[in-house]
Design a binder for this molecule. Structure first.
Ligand SMILES: [Zn+2]
Length: 91
């Protein structure tokens, strides 16, 4: 997905591109398991904006922070404005 905001501080997705991506996934027999984005200067935790706009409660939200010397990856479920940390297994 492209960041329709073209900003390092926020992101949004165009509805048309969301539809295209879901159609492509369906054709390939894929399903949405995670949504990833990065925080260039903020912690690896969903921001109030992320929480407010989260609309896939069955999906893991991966937030990569690049604020420190080492990248930090957080993994969460966001449902009804509640954030639940998930255990991430990286390969
Ligand atoms: Zn965020």
């Amino acid at each position: 997905m492209e960041n329709a905001d073209k900003s390092p501080f926020s992101f949004s997705m165009r509805e048309e591109q969301i539809r295209q991506v879901f159609a492509q996934m369906e054709q390939r027999g894929e399903r949405l398991v995670a949504i990833y984005h990065s925080h260039p200067a903020a912690p690896a935790y969903p921001s109030p904006y992320d929480i407010e706009h989260a609309c896939y409660p069955e999906t893991a939200y991966l937030v990569l922070s690049l604020a420190g010397q080492q990248p930090v990856l957080g993994c969460f479920r966001i449902h009804g404005k509640q954030v639940t940390p998930l255990r991430c297994i990286l390969y």
